[in-house]
Design a protein around this ligand. Structure first.
Ligand code: FES
Length: 108
């Protein structure tokens, strides 16, 4: 992971290699001051805020059920595609990413 945009790639920040994103939970990476949780579901990668809006647990350590991650502390759930909670009517932020040659980039 890099915390700054790689040379020759303005407007995006390198986060991780696709093959390094697990499927049983997320991968936490830092982009500047922001913790990003990457999730891979059916070979697609999604990015949401890694910090649970309830009490600050890391959502990348949560439990996956399809496109939903359940917070490991108190069980709030979030759809990694939208950031919305199917059970609690709240949401967390999502990030725009792109995949280029097997690398996940955050669009700046
Ligand atoms: S910290 Fe995530 S549900 Fe409480």
């Amino acid at each position: 992971m890099s915390e700054s945009a790689p040379a020759g790639s303005p407007g995006r920040i390198e986060l991780a290699r696709v093959e390094d994103v697990p499927t049983e939970h997320g991968l936490r990476v830092k982009a500047g001051e922001t913790w990003v949780a990457l999730f891979k579901v059916e070979d697609e990668v999604f990015a949401i805020n890694a910090i649970c809006p309830h009490a600050g647990a890391f959502l990348d350590m949560g439990y996956m059920d399809g496109h939903t991650v359940m917070c490991p502390l108190h069980g709030w759930d979030f759809d990694v595609r939208t950031g919305e909670s199917p059970s609690f009517g709240i949401s967390t932020s999502c990030f725009d990413i792109e995949i280029d040659d097997g690398t996940v980039y955050l669009k700046a």
